[in-house]
Design a protein around this ligand. Structure first.
Ligand code: SAH
Ligand code: SF4
Length: 352
């Protein structure tokens, strides 16, 4: 049995934690939680510095071939209006993001085969050709050759959350695929030299603290460059509509422990957490996070990209979002980064 104080001391000294020690940290009581967050904050400062990186996210299609039990975009959800942006519209939106000062554009969608692999490659190439910006793709599971094509077209990063490190729970929640397939995709992305992001949801039905500890250990063992840790939020038009939402405090603890295990990773203050807690961004930035991902999806379709309900950023114009982020960061004495925000180990020889 690990006790909290010992696990925290081991984490701070940089020792590789066993899942039992990770679990002891996740079980922190309210008093211990404070020291967990301040340890994570110090590790964040030494690992990635004080700067906060902004990534503009463009959700360009809500069509999806998959039927994940938790997600509002699942193919069996007939109650949402589906939309697709044209390649020109996506390029225009990326151009707006760059004009606002963003140095990273994240292109995310459901798994929508309407766009051919070549379409995506052309899009990536056009954005990179036109702008000095990093591109993150978040398009789900695809063949290795597609990942390669997009990497060759200029994509820098790829986000593919493992969602849960429990293979049985994974299979139940994502009936079209397997945990093994997800991991294989993550390994391909690493092989192809993408800055690779993964992550998990906190509070999924059927998840326990052992699973959550394995989630953190997996992120550490994969040595991901980015990790998104957000609460599960039930969507009214999914089979999990009656399940309870993830706990914001446990989400923050998981974020903090992830930071202790991955000092050099980029960790966002997730939109899902902000949906649950109005001061979620601030809390996350004080518990290990160093990235914010404002939503740049055109306002006329933004509401339709409802992976979970009441997303916190449904109506805000990009400029308003930027203003409130700048105010928040000024209050926290955290500078806004001006570089591309590549992962530290990818910056050698690359223009920051
Ligand atoms: N289709 C791609 C990317 C879009 S979904 C993919 O699945 O990888 C992006 C993320 O939304 C998922 O990784 C998942 O972690 C999150 N998500 C989906 N439904 C959610 C819910 N109900 N609550 C919280 N996060 C959710
Ligand atoms: Fe599709 Fe991603 Fe939602 Fe699953 S989580 S249904 S793959 S958009």
């Amino acid at each position: 049995m690990y006790d909290f104080a010992r696990a925290l001391a081991d984490a701070v000294s940089g020792s590789k934690l066993e899942t039992g020690a990770i679990k002891a940290l996740l079980m922190a009581n309210p008093e211990q939680t404070k020291s967990l967050y301040s340890a994570a904050d110090r590790t964040r400062q030494t690992g990635v510095g004080d700067e906060v990186h902004l990534r503009a996210i463009i959700e360009f299609s809500n069509y999806c071939r998959k039927n994940c039990l938790y997600c509002g975009l699942r193919r069996d959800n007939k109650s949402i209006a589906r939309y697709r942006l044209s390649l020109d519209e996506i390029l225009t939106t990326a151009t707006e993001a760059v004009a606002l000062g963003f140095r990273t554009v994240v292109l995310q969608s459901g798994e929508d085969l309407y766009y051919t692999p070549e379409d995506i490659a052309r899009l990536v190439y056009s954005i990179k050709n036109k702008h000095d910006v990093a591109i993150t793709l978040s398009l789900g599971e695809h063949r290795r050759e597609n990942y390669r094509l997009w990497r060759e077209a200029g994509a820098d990063r790829y986000l593919l959350k493992h969602e849960t490190a429990n293979p049985e729970l994974f299979r139940f929640l994502k009936p079209d695929t397997t945990f093994e397939t997800r991991l294989r995709c993550l390994h391909w992305l690493k092989e192809l030299d993408y800055q690779t992001g993964s992550g998990n949801m906190v509070g999924l039905p059927g998840q326990d603290l052992d699973t959550l500890a394995r989630d953190v250990a997996l992120l550490r063992d994969l040595d991901v460059e980015m990790a998104g840790v957000g609460p599960f939020l039930p969507h009214y038009a999914t089979p999990l509509k009656d399940a309870a939402a993830g706990d914001p405090e446990l989400t923050l603890k998981t974020l903090a422990v992830t930071r202790l295990c991955l000092p050099g990773a980029h960790l966002p203050a997730t939109t899902a957490l902000c949906t649950l807690a109005t001061d979620g961004r601030k809390l996350a930035l004080n518990a290990g996070a160093n990235v914010i991902m404002p939503n740049l999806t055109p306002l006329d379709v933004r509401r339709q990209y409802q992976i979970y309900p009441q997303k916190s950023d449904m109506t805000e114009k990009p400029l308003e979002t930027l203003t409130s982020i700048k105010k928040l960061l000024a209050g926290l004495a955290r500078p806004l980064a001006t570089s591309h925000g590549h992962a530290p180990k990818f910056t050698g020889g690359m223009k920051q």
